[in-house]
Design a protein around this ligand. Structure first.
Ligand code: COA
Length: 395
């Protein structure tokens, strides 16, 4: 029986990031490749967005498979066994299925047998929403270790004949492990917001209860992203600085205290505008947009991973994460980095055993699925036999 992996932790514990990882598909589609598909050019895409290339999921690659790779790396960095996880959250707008949640599939694939699991849909703000929820559950004393993933395969809901949208998006996943501990620092404050009156500005119109899938919805391309780019742009340039100021003031900090801003990667012009509005140099805003495009809820954790890898994050640094997206939603978070970097690389032997464990978990999951079918079959046989016995008595 599943249950909490750890005893209740102390109320008011702080959530600290102790592991991180990311994954992108191997296949890369650059702007020149795109200009073979739609009427666009490398020059237009670079100038208007800052994007040069993006990664696109290959056959068999899904939001789950990318999440799994990112989560395994994060667990490796945290030197944590999946059985120690209490919670798995996957922020995504491109789950493997409408249900069950991709988080449940991930929980099974990792063998996180004591973890609760759910998906979170808050557009490109999803990852920060997820971090905030997990941090609050840690502060309430409910959980000790939470895995928060932002993962997308946006290429599966992209209209590859619409130049207004197809140049923007890419696929990928990023994950972090949050740990409850008494040390100072960690997640200091967060601001989450929503304005559903902007629902039409960025929407996947069909496939839900409002417009169930039908031949007509497929023909009308209602199962792909539809966006009013200009309106979203205006919203983003206003909300990113507003939410950033609000979350900093909540934490008792000023813009000058921030070492690095890790924003949602949507458009370099949005980032430049945010820098101007906040009055900070662009070098303090991390951008990897050129290589990945907009990966929605994966963009902030992927950017965080790369900023760490590039030695841009040091102990006691104040980081500001900020995003916006479909909903409309927005989210901002301030944290004080509490872990010394770089983290020690786990010995090869340990990695070998971990990989073996993942193989075993996979086999166990298959066995459980098989046994469920056998069990159902046996139950049916017994049920039929019982029916025949009762009918025989009645005669
Ligand atoms: N290649 C070439 N031309 C294109 C094009 C493309 N890929 N996409 C649009 N155009 C054309 C338009 O048709 C338009 O032509 P017109 O003037 O003849 O009508 C012209 O370029 C300008 O279009 P516009 O929409 O004003 O461009 P823009 O400068 O606003 O840039 C976006 C468009 C989408 C890049 C920009 O609005 C944006 O980034 N918005 C935010 C989107 C976003 O972040 N979404 C995700 C949120 S999480």
């Amino acid at each position: 029986m599943n249950g909490l992996a750890t005893e209740k932790v102390a109320n008011g514990s702080r959530a600290h990031i102790v592991g991180w990882g990311m994954a992108v598909p191997e296949r890369v589609l650059d702007n020149h490749g795109l200009s073979a598909l739609v009427d666009t050019s490398d020059e237009w895409i670079r100038q208007r967005t800052g994007i040069v290339e993006r990664h696109i999921a290959g056959d068999g690659e899904t939001t789950l498979s990318l999440s799994l790779r990112a989560a395994q790396s994060a667990l490796e960095v945290a030197n944590l066994d999946p059985a120690q996880l209490d919670l798995v959250v996957v922020a995504t707008v491109t789950p493997d299925y409408a249900f069950p949640a991709t988080a449940c599939l991930l929980q099974d694939a990792l063998g996180a047998e004591h973890a609760a699991a759910f998906d979170l849909s808050a557009g490109c703000s999803g990852f920060v929403y997820g971090l905030s929820v997990a941090a609050d559950l840690i502060a309430a004393g409910n959980y000790r270790h939470c895995l928060v993933v932002g993962a997308e395969t946006l290429s599966r809901i992209t209209d590859w004949s619409d130049r207004n949208t197809c140049v923007l998006f890419g696929d990928g996943a990023g994950a972090v492990i949050l740990e409850a501990n008494g040390a100072s620092g960690g997640i200091l404050s967060s601001v989450l917001g929503a304005d559903g009156s902007g629902k039409d500005l960025l929407i996947l119109p069909a496939g839900g209860s409002a417009q169930p899938a039908s031949a007509e919805t497929v023909q009308a391309r209602q199962h792909t992203v539809q966006m009013d780019g200009r309106q979203v742009f205006r919203f983003a340039t206003r909300i990113m600085p507003d939410a950033s100021r609000q979350v900093l003031s909540q934490a008792g900090l000023a813009v000058e205290d921030v070492s690095l801003i890790i924003p949602h990667q949507a458009n370099d012009r949005i980032l430049q505008s945010a820098a101007r509005s906040l009055g900070i140099e662009e070098t303090r805003i991390y951008s990897n947009l050129s290589r990945y495009g907009n990966t929605s809820s994966a963009s902030i954790p992927m950017a965080l991973c790369e900023a760490i890898e590039q030695d841009l994050v040091k102990r006691d640094d104040i980081l500001l994460l900020t995003g916006f997206g479909a909903g409309l939603t927005w989210a901002a978070m301030v944290l004080r980095w509490s872990l010394p970097l770089p983290v020690p690389v786990p010995p090869r032997r340990m990695t070998f055993w971990r990989n073996l464990r993942y193989r075993w978990v996979q086999l166990r999951s298959r066995w459980r699925r098989f046994w469920r079918r056998v069990d159902a079959h046996l139950f049916q046989i017994l049920y039929d036999a019982e029916g025949r016995r009762k009918r025989g008595k009645g005669d």
